[in-house]
Each structure stands twice: as structure tokens, then as C-alpha cells.
Design a protein around this ligand. Structure first.
Ligand code: MRU
Length: 347
């Protein structure tokens, strides 16, 4: 299995496959400080909601063992705040980042200790637990989701919600992997996913490695209209308590297309992607990215100098367009305002 995030015990570092270089080069980067970790998330060497959560969780550990931080001679609580602020300040939309960092922070605070070594030990064990749980949640999502897929069907996905976006196996791609493991012969359509091409570069790469027949497209409308796709599964960066789903830009258009043409549109996400503190789309902070991602292609300028650019990384799909949300606890169906709290055990 692809090692998206790997804690190297011997070298005491976190190894990440540099996703900005895929599929042309398979380069492993080694993070040894919380600053390395924050930079790898900002630069999108690691990306995808669950993967950045897991990576940031390890970042707390590296911050607590960093000799530069230990020289500061400040209280553990203060240092912890500095480290957590750095990590959560990297990307604003995926809630998994906040979930993972807060979980490690709370585990440390619950020790009621000022001892940095004990705190670091706790941070490492909690990060490992988050990693293991993410992997298990992806497997469970696959188990439930594969039931939706029939033999010899063609399903479409957007962006990359695969092993590269999680601790491993993937959410949307985990559903396809589980269907294949169940003996179903399926074909996958990968949306190219502009502007950073996560579909063409990452989804195509990891599915081909696993022996899938995958086709990269930039014309979902035509395929969906012509009945060439039996269903769509996408990942999620944040899901509100009423079922609004933030995911890679272009997801909303895909959901509208599916609704118009009567094609099932599923979201696959672990329970760590739900943000029960908010209800509606306008409460989700959408990351705005560098205009160069739009005006340049592979470093070469393609748009007129000075043109205005609007480049949000994510959009929000409203609940009425979503057929079901495939989670590690089962498939959630509408009406989400009622079913999400029920499945998450909050009602
Ligand atoms: O900007 P990215 O590449 O981090 O965006 C990733 C996505 O939008 C994924 O679809 C989402 O995080 C789900 S990953 C299991």
C-alpha cells in the first residue's frame, strides 16, 4: 500500500510522499520539526483532509521534542498553544486538521503535567492512534460503500480522496478498492480536477498502481447525460450537522449534474470530517489560493497579465443534492439534519 504518511521510528521523523511531484517522481520527504510539518501542509506536499489531520497530529510531537522550543523555557501550555496555532494555521477548510490537533492537545492537557517528555510521549501515541483509526475508518467506509456498486459498472470521482488523501486506502477510492476486493469488475472515471490536477495526477496514479481501469476526463456532463456513469463518489473536507459538504472546487457542479440526470451522488467521509459545531454552508471558511495556480500552467503563464482571478480551493454542496454519505458507521441518508446526529451517536 502507498505510504502517504509514515512515522520512521529509527530516524524519529515523519516520511511523506511529495504529492506535488507525483506522478512523475516518487520522492519521500522527511519532516523532523513542527515547522517542516506545517510547510509540507501549506505547500501541499501532503494534502487531503484526513492525511493533513494525521500529519499535523505528528507535528505536535515534533514541536514538543524540538530543541529550539525547549530552549524557550516557557510553560508547556504556552508552548503547546504556539505549536497548535502554527499547525492549525496552515489550511482553513478541512476540519480533520483541527480535529486531530485538538485531540492531541487535549490528551496532553488531560495529563496535568508540565513535563515535556511525558507530553511528547503522549503526543506521539495519540498521533499513532489517529493514524490507525483513520486507516480503520477508511476500510469501514469501503465495506459499507462497496454494497452500492454493481458488477461491471462505471463510477466517477472528483479530486483525490484516495490512499494519498488519508492514512491509507482512501475514502471514495476506498469504496472502489473494496468493490474490487469483493470481486466486482468496475471502471473508474477520474475528473482531471483543475487547477492542481489531483484527479489526473494522483487519483489516476494510485488507481493504476492497484490495477484499476481508469480514464481521466474533463467532461463529466457528457458522460453523465449519456448514461455512461452509474454513480459518483467524492470525498469531503468538512460536513456540517445539516449535511452541507465542503469538498474540492467543482464538486457542487458535479452534484447538480447528477441531480439533473438522476445519477446517484455519494459523499464518502470518516466521522472525523463532520463538524457538528456548524449547520450551514456560509459557516465554512473556504481557502483562497494563489492566482498563479490559474494563470500559469506548469509554471508557464497562460492567462493575460493582470487578469482578475478567483481561486477558492473548495465549494459547498447542499444536502438536497446528496444521495447518501458513506461513513465508517454506515451510510447516512436524508434527512441529514436528523440522520447525521443519529448515526454519530449524538441523539
Ligand atoms: O486541496 P486538497 O487536495 O487538499 O483537497 C482535497 C479534497 O478536496 C479531497 O476530495 C478531500 O480532502 C477528501 S480526501 C479523503
Amino acid at each position: 500500500m502507498i505510504k502517504t504518511v509514515f512515522f520512521n521510528k529509527e530516524e524519529n521523523c515523519l516520511e511523506l510522499i511529495d504529492q506535488t511531484l507525483l506522478p512523475l517522481q516518487e520522492v519521500i520527504i522527511k519532516c523532523r520539526t513542527e515547522v517542516d510539518i506545517a510547510k509540507s501542509i501549506i505547500d501541499m506536499q501532503v494534502r487531503g483532509a484526513p492525511a493533513i489531520g494525521v500529519t499535523a497530529a505528528y507535528g505536535v510531537y515534533f514541536g514538543l521534542i524540538n530543541p529550539k522550543n525547549r530552549e524557550k523555557k516557557i510553560l508547556l501550555e504556552e508552548l503547546l498553544e504556539q505549536i497548535c496555532d502554527l499547525l492549525t494555521g496552515t489550511r482553513p477548510t478541512a476540519v480533520n486538521l483541527f480535529y486531530a490537533v485538538n485531540r492531541v492537545r487535549n490528551a496532553i492537557l488531560n495529563l496535568h503535567t508540565g513535563d515535556l517528555d511525558k507530553a511528547a510521549e503522549k503526543a506521539l501515541s495519540e498521533a499513532k492512534a489517529i493514524y490507525e483509526e483513520d486507516l480503520a475508518m477508511c476500510r469501514a467506509i469501503g465495506k459499507y460503500g462497496q454494497e452500492l456498486i454493481g458488477d461491471c459498472e462505471t463510477w466517477l470521482t472528483h479530486c483525490n480522496a484516495g490512499a494519498l488523501a488519508t492514512a491509507g486506502y482512501g475514502t471514495a477510492l476506498g469504496v472502489f478498492r473494496a468493490a474490487k476486493e469483493a470481486g466486482k469488475n468496475i471502471k473508474i472515471i477520474a475528473d482531471e480536477t483543475r487547477p492542481l490536477l489531483q484527479g489526473a495526477r494522483l487519483t489516476a496514479w494510485e488507481l493504476m498502481k492497484d490495477g484499476f481501469e481508469v480514464t481521466v476526463i474533463d467532461m463529466a456532463g457528457g458522460l453523465i447525460r449519456n448514461d455512461m456513469v452509474q454513480g459518483v463518489v467524492v470525498g469531503a473536507d468538512r460536513i456540517t450537522s445539516k449535511g452541507f459538504v465542503a469538498n474540492k472546487i467543482g464538486t457542487y457542479s458535479l452534484a447538480v449534474l447528477c441531480k439533473y440526470n438522476g445519477v446517484p451522488f455519494y459523499v464518502a467521509a470518516p466521522t472525523s470530517t463532520f463538524d457538528m459545531s456548524i449547520k450551514y454552508d456560509d459557516e465554512i471558511v473556504i481557502e483562497q489560493r494563489n492566482p498563479d495556480e490559474i494563470t500559469k500552467f506548469a509554471g508557464v503563464q497562460v492567462a493575460p497579465t493582470g487578469v482578475k482571478v478567483y481561486n477558492p480551493a473548495f465549494d459547498v454542496t447542499p444536502p438536497e443534492l446528496i444521495t447518501g454519505i458513506i461513513t465508517d458507521k454506515g451510510i447516512i441518508e436524508p434527512i441529514y439534519a436528523e440522520t447525521i446526529p443519529q448515526v454519530l451517536g449524538l441523539k
